[in-house]
Design a binder for this molecule. Structure first.
Ligand code: RP5
Length: 158
């Protein structure tokens, strides 16, 4: 799926690898259903740790309001973002490892107190729900989006 980046993204979606793209684009589909601007980038907590930290540190300054992180193997990406940013971080464990995602679920969900990651389900359900939750977070300070949430979801926004 080829999508163009929008100029003023409110949700920053990060994935650990290009191989995560198909699942994380499920989140993009939901955000677009609500007309919420997004960006999608590859950053790895273990392959590109400096770039990951830099992305997290600069995100708020760039206008990002919520971060979504999807990762499979050694799924510490969401935690790494939460270590470097005070933005809400939503973690999506992906089923890419030989353990089928249960390892990613535990790595993403079991953050020590003070470094929170709101963890969703494994795989595409989690990616979609991360986007739904991001929309609800944004709607707290966005009356138009809050009103949009009250209307029935379009097929793209489920
Ligand atoms: C994690 O390991 C990525 O998030 C991906 O889910 C998994 C495999 O990555 P690749 O070896 O395909 O780059 O880092």
């Amino acid at each position: 799926m080829k999508r163009k980046k929008v100029s003023r993204p409110r949700v920053g979606i990060v994935m650990g690898s290009e191989s995560d793209r198909a699942v994380m684009e499920e989140a993009v589909r939901v955000l677009e259903g609500y007309g919420v601007a997004w960006e999608l980038n590859v950053r790895s907590a273990h392959r590109t740790p400096d770039a990951t930290a830099r992305y997290a540190k600069q995100a708020k300054r760039r206008g990002i309001e919520v971060l979504i992180a999807g990762a499979g193997g050694a799924a510490h990406l969401a935690g790494a973002l939460a270590a470097h940013s005070k933005l809400p971080v939503l973690g999506v464990p992906l089923g890419t490892s030989p353990l089928g995602g249960f390892d990613a679920l535990l790595a993403t969900v079991q953050m020590p107190p003070g470094v929170p990651v709101g963890t969703l389900g494994v795989g595409s359900w989690g990616a979609r729900n991360a986007a739904h939750l991001a929309v609800r977070i944004l709607a707290l300070g966005d009356p138009r989006l809050a009103a949009r949430l009250e209307r029935p979801a379009s097929p793209g926004a489920r």
